[in-house]
Write a protein of this length. Structure first.
Lengths: 428, 198
């Protein structure tokens, strides 16, 4: 059933999803730099400023992006220009394609609260029948981008890096797919929104399929070519792997794609095993049914969090007084003011929802917004796990990676499928 | 026989049958010691437990740094500078007499001692009857200099010193690194904070 708002909703969702990924990428770069700094007892980036605002080093990422745009764009003389230029485009395009099937919130269905004739908003850009299978089909195309980059660069390091990357991605795709099969047997569907809904009605996937979750996340590390499986660009051996010859924004695109792939992997893991957009202990029906207490406590909790952050900012302002001897010294005060404004807004909102009668359309929209934020929070936590593991573990050797993939993870994934099948058959 | 005495490994290996008791380090029964590596074979080959331990270590660092419980191991250079040790060889400077002229007598001892051959002196005759020679030019190529301090050792009149503490030598072109007599006479010692030397 078509609604006249549908095209606009589709465009809005597209912008939202692309916007979320594009916003998360710089955030992750910052998380990586700041996280590694704190792990290694350094302060990390903190200097770049826009007037008084430093934002704890977040502006370094902006400076990096600007630098990348203005760098000289070198194409090697002997490179195969077509494939050389196509490679980063393929990698980035696929990273952004795969995010489209991730559901960010439950379908907003106004007819459930008695509003007939309103548009239905789906929390997913592309709702295809194959669901997660479509995801696997698309994500394996990344290998083409990497091989093109390695081959077209006409550089031995690039080629070696590309070969290693494709070997790792191909080997780990099998246990990755098999680990998901065990979970899909329990969910009984390949559609990602339905998987998230199942977890809201029963229990999060990580509790029924812990082994699959572990295999999945290990394979996700290998798929995204992250430490400890980053042998594709092991800088101590291969300079920078398949993007050795890339400079300027073409390198930036590989960089963007790496972090976008991290976001997508995290989002898929969250959807499959951590309940997707489910708020813990509250599925959509429960939120809509208890909208007044849920919205009150949400607003109150966020308001309190902002108050605590205000205090932290003020403490930082007092402690760091006179450190920079310019506008940057005022940052703590400005941030504290902004946070205090946020705290007041949210606490006022809590009072408003507690006192005033809420309109009927408020509950479904509030549920969707809350679920969206919970989903992003889960994804960010998982991205932090990626960063955390990277700065904890050393790199695996090439043969160790292959051994782990083919001789440990593949049999484990098969055993997991077998046991899941037996359990399902016995319990039914 | 003490622990520190070197043991001739080759001779030990050749004479496995009869090992003289005085070759055995104190407190050991035999010269070869079987070390218990305490390897938890299964636990380590599964990786997951060990990875969890490692993640715990790194998270501990993050939490301590976030809460500001750890003293900073870094300083905010260039606003904050670390103390440098006494005797640190920084950028050269030429000392002066009370009247402001250079103490250097252009004897070329420093240029002779210099292993990098980075000191170029053009001597000239002085108008002052008390002074025989003085350097018309005294150039040091700081890009050639290896900061060994031999010139300071060689100088008979304490005219050249490397105690300025200036270690941040930067410029936009190579020519700027060739410093002249006038510049060397005006090098200001860089005040570094007193305190712990790292």
């Amino acid at each position: 059933m078509q609604h006249w708002l549908d095209p606009f909703i589709a465009i809005g969702l597209n912008l939202l999803v692309i916007g979320v990924v594009l916003q998360l990428v710089p955030l992750l770069v910052w998380l990586e730099r700041k996280g590694s700094a704190y792990i290694q007892d350094r302060p990390g980036p903190e200097r770049a400023a826009l007037g008084p605002l430093r934002l704890a080093g977040l502006l370094h990422v902006v400076a990096d992006a600007i630098k990348l745009f203005f760098k000289e764009d070198v194409i090697p003389d002997r490179a195969n220009r077509f494939y050389y230029l196509a490679a980063p485009v393929i990698v980035v395009a696929i990273a952004f394609l795969t995010i489209t099937i991730i559901p960010f919130f439950d379908t907003i269905n106004f007819s459930k609260v008695g509003l007939e004739g309103w548009a239905v908003v789906k929390g997913q850009v592309l709702n295809v029948d194959p669901g997660i299978l479509w995801f696997f089909a698309i994500v394996s195309l990344t290998v083409y981008g990497i091989i093109f980059a390695g081959w077209a660069s006409n550089n031995k390091y690039s080629l070696l890096g590309a070969m290693r990357a494709s070997a790792a991605v191909l080997s780990y795709e099998i246990p990755l797919g098999l680990s998901v099969i065990g979970a899909l047997m329990i969910y009984g569907t390949v559609s990602l929104p339905d998987i998230a809904r199942w977890q809201g009605e029963h229990v999060w996937g990580i509790f029924v399929q812990p082994l699959a979750a572990i295999i999945f996340i290990v394979c996700a590390f290998a798929e995204t070519n992250r430490v400890p499986f980053d042998l594709a660009e092991s800088e101590s051996e291969l300079v920078a792997g398949y993007h050795t010859e890339y400079s300027s924004m073409k390198f930036g695109m590989f960089f963007l794609a790496e972090y976008a792939a991290m976001v997508v992997s995290s989002a898929l893991f969250v959807t499959l095993f951590l309940g997707g957009w489910q708020v813990p202990f509250l599925n959509t029906e429960a939120i809509v049914a208890n909208i007044t207490p849920v919205s009150f406590w949400t607003f109150a909790a966020v308001g309190t969090l902002f108050l605590v952050l205000t205090a932290v900012a003020l403490v930082n302002f007092v402690e760091g007084a006179g450190r920079w001897k310019d506008l940057r010294d005022l940052e703590g005060l400005i941030i504290a003011g902004l946070l205090l404004g946020g705290a007041v807004t949210f606490l006022a909102g809590a009072v408003v929802v507690a006192i005033l009668p809420l309109p009927v359309w408020f509950a479904p929209i509030f549920a969707a917004v809350l679920q969206f934020h919970v989903f992003i929070a889960k994804v960010l936590f998982l991205c932090w796990v990626f960063v955390w593991v990277r700065w904890t573990l050393p790199r695996f050797r090439y043969d160790q990676v292959m051994n782990l993939g083919w001789r440990s993870l593949l049999p484990l994934a098969l055993v997991n499928v077998l046991i899941t099948g037996i359990v399902i058959t016995v319990l039914n | 026989m003490s622990h520190n005495a070197p043991i001739d490994i080759v001779r030990l290996a050749q004479s496995q049958v009869n090992i003289s008791p005085d070759l055995v380090p104190d407190g050991l029964d035999s010269p070869t010691q079987v070390v218990d590596r305490n390897v938890n074979q299964l636990g380590e080959s599964v990786y997951l437990l060990e990875i969890a331990k490692g993640l715990g270590v790194t998270m501990g660092h993050v939490v301590k740094n976030l809460l500001g419980l750890k003293p900073a191991r870094t300083v905010g250079y260039p606003e904050v500078k670390r103390a440098i040790p006494e005797g640190y060889r920084g950028k050269h400077r030429l000392t002066t007499r009370a009247d402001g002229s250079t103490k250097c007598v252009a004897c070329l001892m420093c240029a002779t001692a210099c292993p990098a051959e980075c000191i170029h002196i053009t001597p000239a005759e002085s108008e002052d009857p008390d002074i025989e020679r003085f350097p018309a030019r005294f150039d040091i190529d700081l890009l050639e200099c290896v900061f060994c301090g031999m010139c300071v050792e060689a100088c008979p009149v304490d005219a050249i010193r490397m105690d300025s503490g200036v270690y941040s030598l930067t410029a936009f072109d190579r020519e700027s690194f060739v410093v002249t007599k006038e510049e060397l006479m005006q090098v200001q010692p860089d005040p570094h904070p007193e305190g712990q030397v790292y």
